[in-house]
Design a protein around this ligand. Structure first.
Ligand code: NDP
Ligand code: 2IT
Length: 449
């Protein structure tokens, strides 16, 4: 599908020229702009207010040197970033990614998607993303701490509880958020909710750790229900084995599915007896080890090298929860041939455009990332609320709110798709519903905001 509307086409062509070396960012923008054609045509004020050219340009990008000293006394230098993409509906909000592949293109795609995802949560949060090409794998706790302290020494100048509130993403979990929070507090002499994903004793929210994976399953459940189906008795395949994959495995299992496979960037585990999320927690959270060691815990588990092979395992429901572009057109065709009937994205942009086209053409129920994985950031916003009122809600209270939010996101996406004549297309529906709220706020605030 190509962009046909002349206004959208002109903006996208200009963007391509200016950002020719940012393929992931252009991929994310193209998908959104394709969805917005009927909206732009029905609402001339969008073009009149230059909304599209403004929304594709980050309000601010900060790039900085992060120097730190490793355990051998050698000086190391990484590159740090924060992309403050859009603050129309609230302070910038979004995770920090620590992975050697991190570059501006990846963080701009993530920050751009975050605008619409955060809008869908119904909560007042703008879009942002940040991180570094630092690789936490193989580093000692002390090295991670020194890196995080150096990273925060610069980042602290640009964030704040009412300005920009970072959180975790790939390579950033409770340990890293702790080091970042400690350094921010030391620098600013302030005990505030400037980060989310904090430990419970330091203002964190119960259920934030579980939220993205649980939310993904709540969303998938709504999508299945609407089609007269459920998780009960179904076989599921979940890629990745980090935060999102672990709690998606737990919730999918609780809802009656059998999760038969998980993975990391080296390979995948297949276990016909069903994956136990408690073993995943032990391997990844406690031991910080590779997923191939799962075979030491289960007699029926088998390990295969290479992560792409996970999509050749027959399943009813596939939940990609690792990283961008991990599920391509070829894998999508194999999944369809093997009978998959629902795919929902726990990771950000895990399906390539070719894969999405296959799912939509073949009538597979498809839950796009912006909608399906919004439970993490939604619960981060609930953590911000609790920090503001200096109160802590119970696990059940937060989980119930998360559940309501995921139901609402499904409803917003499916109704928007219907309203613009694309019933069942949740990609278009999520993009449109997320966009309209931000566009309305931008129009209301005027052009030089
Ligand atoms: P983690 O760091 O906890 O886990 C990441 C998992 O993905 C690991 O299993 C990792 O394997 C795998 N992975 C990472 N990069 C690659 C790669 N290039 N190829 C194959 N596998 C890879 O991160 P999260 O679980 O938090 O994040 C997973 C996805 O979910 C990301 O796309 C993230 O943006 C998204 N997300 C996360 C949210 C959150 O709240 N944490 C919220 C919404 C979305 P390995 O150990 O081998 O690197
Ligand atoms: O992609 C995402 O939504 C996240 N990594 C979570 C961001 C957050 O602020 O909780």
């Amino acid at each position: 599908m190509a962009i046909k509307n002349s206004y959208l086409k002109e903006v996208f062509e200009g963007l391509k020229k200016r950002n020719a070396d940012e393929p992931e960012f252009l991929q994310a923008v193209e998908e959104v702009l394709e969805s917005l054609e009927p909206v732009v045509e029905a609402r001339p004020e969008i073009q009149a207010n230059g909304i599209i050219e403004r929304i594709v340009e980050p309000e601010r990008v900060v790039m900085f040197r992060v120097s730190w000293v490793d355990d051998n006394g050698k000086v190391q230098v990484n590159r740090g970033y924060r992309v403050q993409f859009n603050s129309a509906i609230g302070p910038y909000k979004g995770g920090l990614r620590l992975h050697p592949s991190v570059n501006l293109s990846i963080l701009k795609f993530l920050g751009f998607e975050q605008i619409f995802k955060n809008s869908l949560t119904t909560l007042p949060i703008g879009g942002g993303k940040g991180g570094s090409d630092f690789d936490p794998k193989g580093k000692s706790d002390n090295e991670v701490m020194r890196f995080c302290q150096s990273f925060m020494t610069e980042l602290a100048k640009h964030i704040g509880p009412d300005t920009d509130v970072p959180a975790g993403d790939i390579g950033v979990g409770g340990r890293e958020i702790g080091y970042l929070f400690g350094q921010y507090k030391r620098l600013q002499n302030e005990y505030t909710g400037v980060l989310t994903g904090k430990s419970i004793t330091c203002g964190g929210s119960l259920a934030r750790t579980e939220a993205t994976g649980y939310g993904l399953c709540y969303f998938t459940n709504e999508m299945l229900k609407d089609a007269g189906k459920s998780f009960e008795g179904k076989t599921a395949v979940i890629s990745g084995s980090g935060n999102v994959a672990t709690y998606a495995t737990q919730k999918a299992t609780e809802l009656g599915a059998k999760v038969v496979a998980i993975s990391d960037s080296n390979g995948y585990i297949y276990d016909e007896a069903g994956i136990d999320y408690k073993i995943m927690k032990e391997i990844k959270e406690v031991k910080r080890d590779r997923i191939k060691t799962y075979v030491n815990y289960s007699k029926t588990a088998k390990y295969t090298e290479g992560c792409k092979g996970i999509w050749t395992i027959p399943c009813d429901i596939a939940l990609p929860c690792a990283t961008q572009n991990e599920l391509d057109e070829e894998s999508a065709k194999i999944l369809v041939k093997n009978g998959v009937f629902a795919v929902a994205e726990g990771a950000n942009m895990p399906s390539t455009p070719g894969a999405i086209a296959v799912f939509l053409k073949e009538g597979v129920l498809f839950g796009p990332a912006k909608a399906a994985n919004a439970g993490g950031v939604a619960t981060s916003a609930l953590e911000m609320s609790q920090n503001s009122i200096r109160m802590a809600w119970t696990f059940e209270e937060v989980d119930e709110k998360l559940h309501d939010i995921m139901r609402s996101i499904y409803k917003q996406a499916s109704e928007a798709a219907k309203r613009y004549g694309m019933e069942g297309n949740l990609v278009a529906g999520a993009n449109i519903a997320g966009f309209e709220k931000v566009a309305n706020a931008m129009i209301w605030q005027g052009i030089s905001y």
